[in-house]
Design a binder for this molecule. Sequence first.
Ligand code: MG
Length: 264
Amino acid sequence: MEKLKEKKLFLFDMDGTLYLGERLYDFTNELLATIKARGGKYMFMTNNSSKSVSDYIKKLARLGIHAEEDDFITSSQATGYYLKKNYRGKVLYVCGTESLKAEIRGQGFEITDELEKVDVVVMGFDTELTFKKLEDVSKLLLLRENIPYIATNPDYVCPTEFGSVPDCGSVCDMLYNVSGRRPLVIGKPEPLMPILAMDKWGYTKEETVVIGDRIYTDIKSGIRADVSTILVLSGETTREILEKSPDKPSYVMESGRELLDILK
Ligand SMILES: [Mg+2]
């Protein structure tokens, strides 16, 4: 646990880690303030590519957390970063929300619906999905063999007040049934979001820790990025799930309060 005091970059999952649904955990603001007071940096890491950073700033403000643009690393941002590194100057088809398109356009990309112009297909969590978009992507995957195919996040469902709705991974499964192709995935459990965060703020692997409540997304992304991980049991993971999981976090805590007690 002593080693946690040496960490500088804290990458937090949000739901189940800092709050649950619409209820803020009572330690969250003190934990964030303590990290800042120690000269560290924290970031909120999310796979949800349907919302923009400004949507998240509003959501956190509603819960009582003050956040700024620079405090986030989203799968949309990571996708933009990946595209810039690998497909600069290429024309994209984006099956995603207008806010995902704006994020990717902001990285200097042209996005089009004219299928003959498309070089790369990008899938997001598309809460504005239409059958026309599914048909367009089907055409691109079937008629354009080996066209690069990228997805912001692998989640099958996104939680809602009434249960859940299909997320990016489920739509990609529909397209798998059509084309036999699986996309390259950017969000958790892939390591790109932690890597991008370290890159952006200039921290080393040794200085970085990922904190989350899901082993198969949060903790796995940290393990794959080769940084320390803290599993908090304040969300969806129970000790039973942890015991059965092949992936083990560096630290296990009941909640972020234990991390606060160590850092204080
Ligand atoms: Mg979570």
